[in-house]
Each structure stands twice: as C-alpha cells, then as structure tokens.
Ligand binder design. Structure first.
Ligand code: XMP
Ligand code: MG
Length: 183
C-alpha cells in the first residue's frame, strides 16, 4: 500500500512529524537533566510505544536500558475497562531501578493506572511516566504523568505507533481516521 493510499484514509493530521520530533527533543533534554547521574530504565508498552521509544531514546544523551511489556485491557469495543492482563512481562527485575514508563497515549488512564500499581509493587527506586499523547477530557482516573508530549481532543487517533485494527502504526504522524474507514 502506498503512502498516498494510507493518507486517503485520514481525516486530518493532528500532530505532524516535525512537531513530534521537536517535542521529543524537548522532553529528552528535560529527562536527561532530571536523571543525570542515575541509571535509567525505559519500559516501553507494546506495541503502541515502539515509535516513541525509538525516537525518544535516541534523542536522550544519557545511557539507558530498555525493557518491554505487553498488556491487554479488556473492555467494550475501543474503551478500556482497567481489567488488564500481562501478555509479556519485563525480562528483568526492576527493584531499586529508576524506571520511566514510555507510553503512546493516555486515554481513560485505566490501563496506565493498573500498570503503575503493578510496577510499584516490584519496588523500583523511582517510577515515572512519559507519554507522547494524552486526552485530558477522557480521564477517568487521575494518573501523574511527568512528561507529556501533546494534549489532544477526545478523538480516536492513529499513526506513529497507534493503530486501528493493527493498521496505520507506521504513519510518521498522528491523525484522525476518515469516517468511511469505519464502515
Ligand atoms: P486507557 O483508556 O486505559 O487506554 O488510558 C490506553 C490504551 O488504549 C489505546 N488507545 C488508543 N489507541 N488510538 C489508538 O490507536 C486512540 O485514540 C487510543 N486511545 C486509547 C492505547 O493502546 C492505549 O495504550
Ligand atoms: Mg498502548
């Protein structure tokens, strides 16, 4: 499928490739300063966070370790319920580590809230979150997110790791889908 065909499925671009790169560079600078002199472990949440992890980690000017988790949250349709199952756990123990969870998007916050409680029980030295996107109007639980890329409206978005039925993850930008795609 050509890029032009994919772009035809989109209604509008919400965050451009340039905006993402610029914002990640800013966040990376902040993170590098905050974690100076400490060993940082980035924990990416599969699959959506793959792009953010790749670009954010390369923008960082400090050594980091990386690990990955995959979780599935059950709910009706596209809404998450906060009932989470671990599909792939971390490879290593995180006790005593400085952990930064890297997320693509925070919607209701239910998945992240569960994930943070789970990780906290493993006694990391510190636990923070970096998310590229956040939908403030969709929040059902209050989650403390230290690093946020962009606050966006309560719309379903795809691209830059985010999918609709596993498609559109490879778009270099974030956008909304055209209504005809849902039909
Ligand atoms: P909650 O509601 O628990 O959901 O914060 C977080 C997870 O739901 C997915 N999600 C989305 N995926 N476009 C997507 O492609 C969206 O607009 C969207 N909103 C939520 C995503 O997996 C996220 O980690
Ligand atoms: Mg996700």
């Amino acid at each position: 499928m050509q890029q032009a065909d994919v772009a035809g499925d989109l209604e509008k671009v919400l965050v451009t490739e340039e905006q993402i790169a610029g914002r990640l560079a800013e966040l990376a600078e902040q993170i590098a300063a905050d974690y100076e002199g400490r060993d940082l472990l980035l924990v990416g949440v599969l699959k959506g966070a793959v792009m953010v992890m790749a670009d954010l980690s390369r923008a960082l000017r400090i050594h980091v370790d990386m690990d990955w988790m995959a979780v599935s949250s059950y709910g009706s349709g596209t809404k998450s319920s906060g009932v989470v199952r671990i599909l792939k756990d971390l490879d290593r123990d995180i006790s005593g580590r400085h952990v930064l969870v890297v997320e693509d998007i925070i919607d209701s916050g239910l998945t992240l809230s569960w994930l943070l409680a789970n990780l906290r029980s493993r006694q990391p030295a510190s636990l923070e979150v970096a998310a590229l996107l956040r939908k403030p109007e969709a929040a059902k639980v209050d989650v403390d997110v230290r690093y946020v890329g962009f606050d966006i409206p309560e719309e379903f978005v795809v691209g830059y790791g985010l999918d609709y039925a596993e498609k559109y993850r490879n778009l270099p930008f974030v956008g909304t889908l055209a209504p005809h795609v849902y039909r």
